[in-house]
Design a binder for this molecule. Structure first.
Ligand SMILES: Cc1ncc(COP(=O)(O)O)c(C=O)c1O
Length: 498
């Protein structure tokens, strides 16, 4: 029930909804405060008695008494037992918190600031409707996340450790999580690390930001993959980096091209995804790895290695990170729990020389103060007792099967349109599109049918189209993948180049 009631003998218009999510007394107090702020109710004006207002509004008198108490506590009204309730003669200058949070108030906020806004940040990926097939590539299937185990661990942590996890803490992340991550990296990725070599962040995005903040001065050159990860590029640009694209091919980043660049001009850092090149999914060849590390060591630049989905490798063993062979301290290694746990949990980490990590930790203090200790400790427990590792093994088997299924479906229904090799790892297939189909138009048509895939243009540093698409397989079950491919095949004909 919603009512918009004039109060008799008094020009207050109250919008209240008995079924609203806010208690009635708050709705009433907010409506009155809004009228005061709009100037409709003047300082010194008398308010109706609680009984009168309650009768006019059809609410219990105690509701009005609570509303008045709220308004009095915020300084909007003054009451005296003898003479009644009045709008305060000197109104609060600061808007109380409760009011800034009200949806009505938010709707009335100025959309534009009263001061100049400078450069806008770069664009982010458009969000897609709930229920769409999320096949843009890197999305894991959050339905497979160990939620019951995480909830239990989180509950236990809050019950037993609330004194420590609910307090201020060091910016490096919970020691137990840093220790567990160091053990995982040592065991599975060949990184000789201890807890002090690990800084926990909120996802790799924060790790990228802290790396950029710590390393880059305005004008520094950062080499990036010419088809690559825009979110990293934007983080570097934020601190004034000049980005230079380096081609990628079926062996990953072209290290010869990087060498030529470095012969011409000093480079501060190179950002790479050597394990599963984003977005083409190729693994950097062994000779290029060796060459890249040797070049970085010789020329003294940083290699920012983004190993965002290490575990999801299906053919043979995952290739060890560049960081595992870095004896010169040139690699800043960034990892994420977004794929092995869930992107919404926001946990990532950096492994780097300790002096650099310490500086990053200080920067983190000023951005975010510290991480979420409770969730970090809960996740540490899941790593310590092997829950997360078991979950990864299970999901890897499932994603492997989904990769094969999607490959077969694409072959069956779109074999004349797409050519591709199944990737040895990662969560998406990178496929070349036949010349009679416009890849960008196809992606747009698919979006209209709630299938979200990406064309090469969306990953291209130069923003130019190329005849490739990226189709993710991890986030959906086989019957869902089949339906998505059916829709892709349907809209393919609308995207033909005429
Ligand atoms: C190249 C790359 N790096 C990192 C990430 C993970 O980001 P985050 O850890 O911030 O969720 C992704 C996720 O899609 C990615 O594609």
């Amino acid at each position: 029930m919603k009512s918009n009631r004039p109060v008799r003998g008094w020009n207050l218009q109250l919008q209240i909804a008995a079924s609203g999510s806010e208690p009635l007394f708050l709705q009433i107090s907010r409506a009155i405060a809004a009228d005061i702020q709009r100037g409709r109710l003047k300082p010194g004006a008398r308010l109706p008695g609680s009984r009168t207002l309650a009768t006019s509004l059809g609410v219990h008198r105690n509701t009005v008494i609570s509303a008045y108490a709220e308004l009095a506590s915020e300084g909007w009204i003054e009451s005296s037992r003898a003479s009644g309730t009045f709008i305060a003669r000197s109104l609060p200058t600061a808007r109380p918190r409760a009011f800034t949070r009200s949806p009505q108030q938010a709707g009335g906020r100025p959309a534009k600031p009263g001061f100049e806004l400078r450069d806008a940040p770069g664009p982010t990926e458009p969000s897609f409707p709930a229920g769409a097939f999320a096949m843009s590539g890197g999305m894991p299937d959050v339905r497979l996340a160990p939620v019951a185990e995480l909830a239990r661990a989180y509950g236990r942590v809050l019950r037993r450790e609330s004194r420590t996890v609910l307090s201020y803490a060091a910016p490096h992340g919970h020691l137990r999580l840093r220790t567990a991550l160091a053990a995982l990296l040592a065991e599975h990725r060949g990184l000789a690390t201890e807890a002090d070599d690990v800084l926990v962040t909120r996802g790799s995005q924060m790790a990228l930001d802290l790396t950029a903040r710590t390393l880059i001065d305005a004008g520094d050159i950062v080499a990036v993959e010419a088809l690559g990860y825009r979110y990293a590029w934007e983080a570097f640009k934020r601190y004034g980096a000049r980005l230079v694209p380096i081609p990628v091919d079926d062996q990953g980043l072209d290290v010869d091209a990087l060498t030529r660049l470095i012969e011409r001009t000093p480079v501060r850092a190179v950002y790479v995804t050597p394990h599963h090149q984003y977005p083409t999914m190729v693994t950097m060849s062994a000779s290029r790895r060796v060459a890249l590390l040797a070049l970085a060591q010789r020329k003294g630049f940083a290699v920012i290695e983004d190993d965002y989905d290490h575990e999801f490798h299906y053919e043979g063993r995952p290739v060890l990170p560049l960081a595992s062979a870095d004896s010169a301290g040139v690699v800043v290694y960034i990892g994420s729990l977004s794929k092995i746990l869930a992107p919404g949990v926001r946990l990532g980490y950096v492994v780097a020389p300790r002096t650099l990590l310490e500086r990053m930790a200080v920067h983190r203090t000023y951005v975010d103060r510290q991480g979420d200790q409770a969730i970090e400790l809960a996740v540490a427990h899941l790593l310590e007792d092997g829950t997360l590792q078991r979950c990864v093994r299970r999901t890897r088997r499932i994603y492997h099967a989904r990769r094969d299924f999607l490959g077969a479906e694409l072959q069956r229904k779109l074999g004349d349109t797409l050519s591709f090799r199944l990737p040895s790892g990662s969560m998406a297939i990178w496929a070349e599109v036949a010349p009679d189909v416009d890849a960008d138009a196809w992606v747009a048509r698919a979006f209209e049918r709630s299938v979200v895939i990406r064309s090469a243009r969306q990953f291209a540093f130069d923003g130019r189209s190329r005849p490739f698409v990226r189709i993710g397989f991890a986030a959906h079950e086989e019957r869902e993948l089949a339906e998505a491919v059916r829709r892709l095949a349907q809209v393919r004909y609308n995207a033909e180049v005429r």
